[in-house]
Design a protein around this ligand. Sequence first.
Ligand code: NI
Length: 185
Amino acid sequence: MTQHAILKMGDPRLLRVAQPVVQFDTDELHLLISDMLDTMAAANGAGLAAPQIGVDLQVVIFGTDAPNPRYPSAPLVPRTVLINPAITPLNPVEGGIMPALEDGWEGCLSVPGMRGVVPRYARIRYSGFDQYGDPIEREVDGFHARVVQHECDHLMGILYPMRIRDFTQFGFTEVLFPGEEIVDD
Ligand code: NI
């Protein structure tokens, strides 16, 4: 078990554009992913990107095998290791003209104790590779699509507050949701 400190907003390492992984199935990559899984589990995170532990590589993990205490009502997202990802927005309706955005609350382990409403594509296709170099391609919507977009933003140096359009819907979790049990954030 190796848990790393999670960098917080203000650290310039969170603003870098991450480098692609060029070699798969290496001891180094497996160790990084094992450390990321330990770090995410310890923080009850919905996802984690390598830059959040100071590693400048295009690696994200997300999802759980059990409901997340931070998002108890969220649909289950399968545990996924996604490397060198690409995202394509999709039309939520057949024949639609534009990929639709939908608003939803987000938090981030690098912005502890806060929540904000962020517009994200409602439906996306994402692709990339797992740690063995095997390709991944999925079409997803809703919370799953939101988590993937949030994590992949970290690889471009974007934190969710940079995406907020309505700052009346950004604040401290304990103030916005006073009844909600805050597990860890
Ligand atoms: Ni985040």
